[in-house]
Design a protein around this ligand. Structure first.
Ligand SMILES: [Zn+2]
Length: 368
């Protein structure tokens, strides 16, 4: 993250300069449009100052060698470029690290960027990066709403006095104070492992099939291991779906578990997160507003009206889709499933490649 000049930059200067650093100038249309849309909403919602302070806080913590994460921003491209989340919410795309060539795949053919096949840059021959978790901007703003959201910062316990002192020193501190929470055992263990092994967390390959098949169950919860037994994950997108299912209510038991066990469908066809349902409809030509209304209703367990069931059927989705949606009591946001999956995949990687360091950093290797 290039943030050296940030003291003198506004939030928007920081965000746009990071966007240009990654994507070049002018920005590709999907990036420029998304940033402008989010900027409008952030300003209308009254969050500019809060996000700016979070950005300064994150930069300060990074410099002190103790990175923080911010909850509830995993669906925001502004937050991604500001360094507040590592989840890039853009549609799946190729990006050339050398000449900035991009190719976009927002038709549902890829769940996340890593589902795209490996490919060389048609312009300069370099291996293209495959990025984007495909989370629409609306997910972020639906989650925070206008004006009153309090963002939660996860930080290590030993870093908290410093962070609080920084927050207290801010002039014109808005009434909506930021809350700081202990980062939790898993994120704390990752930070220690990064320091102990010298391997940066973000450089861990998240798509190694042997890792997902054998090491991931060692660090995942007992409930997730049941899901892995029915639908063994082969790639990161499988993991994200399984974590999404585990975070929902009435999404697995009596629902996806049954369909998958009797081979009525595969993991790619289940409703694992709010965004899955939204995109399943939108990719089949349903008007985005309508698709969003159906996804919202199902996500919060409100079931389906007859009209909404008809929308699903007329989109060409199988009958079990309606049945499945009617059972769901709660659907997780995709950003949360991505964050949880990445955390466990990384812990599994350290455990596989640095077992001694893993044992030392996780209270004698206990399951977290
Ligand atoms: Zn290139």
């Amino acid at each position: 993250m290039k943030m050296e000049n940030q003291e003198n930059q506004t939030l928007w200067e920081t965000v746009w300069s990071e966007a240009n650093r990654r994507f070049g100038e002018p920005l590709p249309a999907p990036v420029a449009e998304r940033l402008q849309q989010e900027r409008d909403w952030v300003e209308q919602g009254g969050y500019t100052e809060q996000l700016f302070e979070l950005t300064r806080l994150a930069t300060m913590a990074q410099k002190a060698g103790c990175p923080v994460t911010v909850r509830d921003v995993g669906a925001s491209l502004v937050a991604f470029f500001a360094g507040l989340t590592e989840i890039n919410p853009l549609p799946p795309h190729y990006l050339c690290p050398h000449c900035r060539h991009t190719e976009w795949h927002d038709d549902g053919s890829a769940y996340i960027g890593l589902d795209l096949p490996e490919k060389a840059c048609p312009t300069c021959g370099a291996l293209l990066a495959r990025e984007g978790y495909r989370i629409p901007a609306e997910s972020f703003f639906r989650q925070i709403g206008p004006g009153s959201h309090r963002f939660v910062v996860n930080a290590a316990a030993d870093m908290q006095p410093q962070l609080r002192a920084f927050l207290d020193s801010l002039p014109n501190r808005p009434k909506t104070a930021l809350r700081i929470f202990d980062e939790g055992e898993k994120l704390g263990a990752l930070r220690k492992l990064q320091r102990a092994t010298g391997v940066p967390v973000r450089e861990i390959p998240p798509q190694d099939s042997a890792l997902l098949a054998h090491a991931l169950p060692q660090v995942a919860s007992a409930f997730l291991r049941k899901l892995f037994a029915v639908a063994p994950p082969q790639k990161l997108s499988d993991c994200i779906r399984l974590y999404g299912l585990s975070l929902g209510q009435n999404t697995w038991v009596g629902n996806a578990e049954e369909w998958l066990t009797c081979h009525a469908c595969s993991l790619t066809d289940v409703v694992a997160s709010r965004e899955d349902l939204f995109y399943a409809l939108r990719d089949r030509g349903v008007d985005p507003e309508r698709a969003r209304a159906v996804a919202n209703a199902v996500s919060h367990g409100r079931g389906l009206t007859d009209e909404q069931a008809a929308v699903i059927q007329s989109a060409g989705l199988p009958g079990r889709y309606v049945e499945s949606c009617r059972k769901i009591r709660y659907l997780s946001p995709k950003s949360l499933a991505v964050a949880y999956a990445l955390t466990d995949v990384r812990l599994a990687w350290y455990q596989l490649h640095f077992p001694a360091a893993y044992a030392a950093c996780t209270r004698a290797g206990q399951r977290l």
